[in-house]
Design a protein around this ligand. Structure first.
Ligand SMILES: [Zn+2]
Length: 161
């Protein structure tokens, strides 16, 4: 029998929350306001902080042909990769919740987004912190590396045999 454990941090969104984390979470919340989610009415914003301090945002983009839409995290990730090339990502913040809610539970990235974040984590060889919250921005969950959210993951080394 083996055991898998990981540690994570829960911030209140108040005094205990590091300033740079809070700033990124608020940026994600602002990006959420521009989401195009007429079908689910569940709006998500994502903000990516690069190691050089630049920020890239995204929000969910839905489509009448449902699978053609894309999550906020991947909109932000793909944009960051498109314009930054192989610059490194420090952290990604995600804020999600129903359109008119003022409080919701923390919106963790879906499985497909975890897989996408992992791709960039492996590409840069350094962990990407994943921070996520509901629309009330409290509590805020922080995970040191996306690998903690994706045990026994499939990655590029699998393709190398
Ligand atoms: Zn997703």
């Amino acid at each position: 029998m083996e055991k898998y454990t990981f540690t994570y941090t829960i911030y209140s969104g108040g005094e205990d929350t590091p300033g740079d984390v809070m700033t990124l979470v608020k940026t994600a919340a602002k990006a959420r306001e521009g989401a195009y989610a007429p079908y689910s009415e569940f709006l998500v914003g994502a903000a990516i902080e690069m190691k050089d301090g630049t920020i890239h945002t995204g929000n969910n983009q839905e489509n009448a042909a449902y699978p053609s839409g894309l999550c906020a995290e991947r909109v932000a990730l793909f944009h960051a990769s498109a314009v930054c090339g192989d610059k490194k990502i420090k952290r990604i913040a995600i804020v999600g919740g129903p359109r008119d809610s003022v409080e919701s539970s923390p919106a963790a990235p879906c499985g497909a987004c975890r897989q996408s974040i992992l791709e960039y984590e492996e590409r840069q060889g350094e962990p990407i912190e994943v921070v996520f919250a509901g629309v009330g921005l409290s509590p805020i969950y922080s995970v040191h590396s996306v690998k903690d959210l994706l045990p026994f993951s499939f990655g590029r080394e699998n393709l190398e045999g």
